[in-house]
Design a protein around this ligand. Structure first.
Ligand code: HEM
Length: 485
């Protein structure tokens, strides 16, 4: 949670934190990589609410779900703005997308459009056929080239989201829109990470001319701004062309463009950027979760077996699982939750900004201000254990925190949950995931995460084979629903 301190206030003390030096504050303490490890250490030392500051800009770090829910959910009318992010928001231009839009009418407008399209299980069910078809195609690709797992996961997420946002069917290999979205979201992640660029901590640096030594971030920002503009313009222009030709498929964009009787530049700008928010928000996040699922399966064969037994009993081996099986697959649903908890896709969340002074637990959270392995909440928190969510006393549902809070809660969470479920269920039905063995030496991957707002498991090797000849036939079949005698 970022906050800017205007004046010293006597009403209550700021939350505790590492000692601040004159002027620079905690500049030298700020981590530049994998910030969450340092934040957790500070949490252990200073408590669940920690304050740090850099050149007068305050940052409050919340280290427990309980505190985040109390502040960001329960007081969401004042805790739902975003801080200005110099590198990602201003210089690169992500402030045009929903994630960095300030609290206000434009935000409400974008979020309403999102909600109508993918906000509820009922609206999302319209896209279940796309999810099932693309995930079946994913199985075929993994069967053909298992060593390119990460690419297949990316392509599938891009294919699903571009169908929904723009009615666009992606090419089999190196689709230009998927490639652009990948580049842009990677750049989003790097340009918005709390410690990634000094200009995020010292906003005045944005006025330094690009030729000054050390101002290389300006060139980087200009090039990343171009990627972002192309990512938003390309698919949008494509939909307009298709609409002119009368061949546009129903999609988020075509529906909104079609409905607009008077397409003012402002309205078109909003449609273009809300669609870009949809597909940039969905292109990278679910990828990290699904890749983490494969890592977990390679490391935990016992969990994989148990899940496969459940599928064999409920679905059998003559067809692939689909969304109508979901309620009868509690163990697969527990795996979905455990993947979301075990691998934290957004380890530092997205910062919120408080719009008025607030006293919380006796501490001042000054106006303009900006967790799933807690051993107090989860037993053996670094272990992958879906059972924690089953039985009479399940542990806390991680979706109360991993999709964020209050009026900024992730608007793509129903879609993310659907994609994760269908990928886990279909993959488990047909594949055996094991550790990679070469020349008799077993390679055990270590779960490690990349730095950035959206964090992926670091690349790992594993072996993926069909479970049986029948499973192989199912993968290769044209339709996932064909039932053999
Ligand atoms: C495993 C998958 C995902 C995770 C863990 C995730 C997590 C998050 C988190 C933590 C936030 C910040 C919430 C806050 O500020 O409190 C967020 C915001 C957002 N997410 Fe997701 N997300 C996922 C998938 C998706 C998908 C599939 C989409 C789009 C279809 C999406 C679109 C967005 C957008 C547009 C925002 C910004 C919302 C705002 O600022 O009001 N996300 N997400």
């Amino acid at each position: 949670v970022l906050l800017k301190k205007f004046a010293s206030r006597k009403a209550a003390p700021l939350p505790p934190g590492p000692r601040k030096l004159p002027l620079i504050g905690n500049l030298l303490d700020m981590p530049t990589e994998q910030e969450w490890f340092t934040f957790t250490e500070w949490g252990k030392k200073w408590g669940d609410i920690v304050s740090v500051s850099v050149f007068g800009q305050q940052m409050i770090i919340l280290n427990s779900a309980e505190v985040a829910i109390d502040m960001l959910d329960k007081k969401s009318s004042i805790y739902s703005d975003r801080p200005v992010m110099q590198m990602g928001g201003e210089l690169v231009g992500w402030k045009n997308t929903l994630v960095l839009t300030p609290y206000g009418d434009r935000l409400r407008n974008y979020r309403r459009l999102f909600h109508q399209c993918i906000g509820s299980p009922a609206s999302m069910s319209e896209f279940h056929p796309v999810e099932e078809k693309e995930t079946h195609r994913f199985l075929k690709n993994v069967l053909a080239r298992p060593e390119h797992l990460a690419d297949h996961v990316r392509r599938t997420a891009g294919a699903i989201i571009l169908r929904i946002s723009h009615g666009y069917e992606v090419q089999e290999d190196k689709d230009p829109f998927v490639t652009l979205a990948d580049e842009a979201t990677e750049q989003f992640s790097l340009s918005t990470a709390p410690g990634g660029f000094l200009v995020n901590l010292i906003p005045a640096l944005r006025h330094v001319p690009a030729w000054v030594p050390g101002a290389g971030f300006k060139k980087t920002a200009a090039s990343w701004a171009k990627t972002l503009a192309m990512m938003a313009d390309g698919p949008h222009e494509w939909v307009k062309e298709q609409m002119n030709l009368g061949t546009a498929e129903a999609s988020f964009t075509s529906r909104l463009l079609g409905e607009a009787s008077d397409l003012t530049p402002e309205r078109e700008h909003n449609i273009k950027w809300s669609a870009a928010s949809l597909y940039s928000g969905g292109a990278d996040t679910t990828v990290a979760a699904i890749y983490a699922f494969f890592l977990a399966m390679a490391l935990h064969p016992d969990v994989m077996r148990k899940a496969q037994e459940e599928i064999d009993v409920v679905v059998g081996s003559n067809r692939l699982p689909n969304f109508s099986d979901r309620d009868a697959l509690p163990y697969i649903n527990a795996i979905v939750l455990e993947v979301l908890r075990w691998h934290t896709v957004t380890p530092t969340g997205v910062p919120h900004r408080v719009t008025e002074d607030n006293i919380h637990n006796g501490y001042l959270i000054p106006k303009d201000t900006g967790m799933s392995h807690d051993p107090k909440v989860y037993s053996d928190p670094f272990n992958f254990k879906p059972e924690r969510f089953l039985g009479p006393q399940p542990e806390q549902d991680p979706t109360v925190m991993c999709f964020g809070f209050g009026r900024r809660i992730c608007p793509g969470r129903v879609l993310a949950d659907a994609s994760l479920f269908i990928s886990c269920a279909m993959s488990l039905a047909v594949f055996e995931v094991t550790k990679f063995v070469k020349d008799g030496v077993t390679n055990t991957p270590t779960p490690e995460q990349t730095t950035g707002t959206i964090s992926h498991p670091k690349p790992f090797m594993c072996t993926i084979r069909p479970r049986s000849t029948k499973a192989e036939q199912l993968i290769k079949s044209e339709e996932p629903y064909i039932v053999w005698e």
